[in-house]
Design a protein around this ligand. Structure first.
Ligand code: MD6
Ligand code: FE
Length: 215
């Protein structure tokens, strides 16, 4: 006989969002503490910074990168850059634990032989948000994006292929991994303003890793 104690969290099932997109609940729970440690190490070499959009707005989300190239934005546009414009040095290498997790999550979602060359690291504190957007700066338009949530929960906005399509609101918790590619690669998505809170892994922050195959 199994007993369900009051303290057990309700089971959270994986969710197919649409063809090519899946939410793997708790997929990275075991690795989460190590992943956060690696983020702290990366941030010592390539500090979190608030990028400026081509339109002149300063983003509320702080960003850094690891891997062969990093995603950056400034008044001239968005691009993947092999060097950190703040330091002139290459981005920190992608840790083995990052790569292993991204490859196994992609495989679980049906994308074999995933070979990401970039990992964008986003840090949210209370009020930070990411407006509705498509990820379309990568040459490979089929390979998935693997997105790992760490620390405070967030509401992920999941729209459609047109900006005006209706949006779902999905709660992402620490250890949740979203994977989308193939036919779902250009779905509009965003993150609602983060609520204030404290999390044992990250304090007052949510950290999100998004792996991409750029080239
Ligand atoms: C975030 N993520 O969750 C922002 N993009 O902090 C993204 O913009 C994103 O999670 C493409 C695929 C997955 C994502
Ligand atoms: Fe995105």
């Amino acid at each position: 006989m199994t007993t369900l104690f009051d303290s057990d969290p309700p089971p959270r099932a994986n969710e197919q969002l649409e063809e090519g997109a899946v939410l793997l609940r708790g997929f990275a729970i075991a690795e989460a503490p190590l992943l956060v440690q690696e983020v702290q190490r990366i941030a010592q070499a390539a500090a979190f910074r608030h990028l400026v959009t081509p339109g002149g707005y300063t983003m509320s989300v702080a960003m850094t990168n690891c891997g062969r190239v990093g995603w950056v934005s400034d008044r001239t546009g968005y691009r993947y850059d092999p060097v950190d414009p703040d330091t002139g040095a290459p981005w920190p290498a992608m840790p083995g634990a990052f790569l292993d997790l991204a490859v196994s999550a992609a495989a679980e979602a049906g994308f074999a032989n995933y070979d990401p060359d970039a990992c964008l690291i986003n840090r949210y504190i209370a009020g930070a948000k990411l407006g509705l957007h498509q990820d379309r700066d990568e040459k490979d338009a089929w390979a998935p994006i693997v997105s790992v949530s760490l620390g405070l929960p967030a509401v992920f906005l999941w729209g459609g292929k047109r900006r005006s399509d209706p949006q779902r609101r999905l709660r992402l918790e620490s250890g949740d991994v979203a994977v989308w590619g193939g036919p779902a690669r250009f779905v509009y998505h965003g993150v609602a303003p983060l609520k204030d809170g404290q999390h044992p892994l990250t304090g007052n922050a949510r950290i999100n890793l998004t792996f991409r195959k750029v080239f």
